[in-house]
Design a protein around this ligand. Sequence first.
Ligand code: FPP
Length: 232
Amino acid sequence: MSETAANPVPTHVAVIMDGNGRWAKERHLPRLAGHNAGAKAVERTLKAAQKAGVKFLTLYAFSTENWSRPQDEISGLFKLLEQTLGRYTQDAAKHGVRLLVSGAREPLPPSVLDKIDHAVRSTSGNTGLTLNLALNYGARQEIVHAVNTLLREGKTEITMQDISQQLYQPQLPDPELIIRTSGEERLSNFLLWQAAYSEFYFTPVLWPDFDEAEFEKALWAYSRRKRRFGGV
Ligand code: FPP
């Protein structure tokens, strides 16, 4: 590439993985086949992010609104998640990946919570990329949860820093880049607080087709953005 990049590789990339259902429909397959293919795209993206030098990768795996999906799709998604987490916990040690999970614990099934807790515990000492899985996640709920924690602490007036410190993962920097696949261009209750100055990258590619080349395209687009943070 002849142009020189302006922004360095983002420290934190967040992804709204969308289009699994449409990918399956195009192939006359059940929606779960799309989610299975989506899980493979998760692994490809994780590798691409590590290779590019990204330190934090947040993936929107299940939103608080996803409970309205058919029961068999929900249970299939959680089964897939348990399988992936199990496999992943072993691999994570090998690649130095640390896992975090962001979202409300209620009403996640106990078997999923056990797997999550085990995966988070057993990777907590890893010092490579941090994979933050947004699971049963809603950004409005996250902000309300933060404010309620501050109220319980007896605060009567709060600062922006107070809220930042009570988010699910206060130690994570805000994402410089948020990617959404499948041609949809909205935030859907994802990282509302943290996205204040994020750059957005939308691609028509459906999530199961997302790969290293697509990830690099997003990083390249980001590198060309003029980030002014409200200044000139
Ligand atoms: C959006 O596609 C995707 C989801 C709601 C779930 C994301 C899940 C995965 C990528 C698979 C497993 C994940 C992990 C971390 C193992 P959609 O179903 O909304 O697609 P549509 O809009 O085309 O119907």
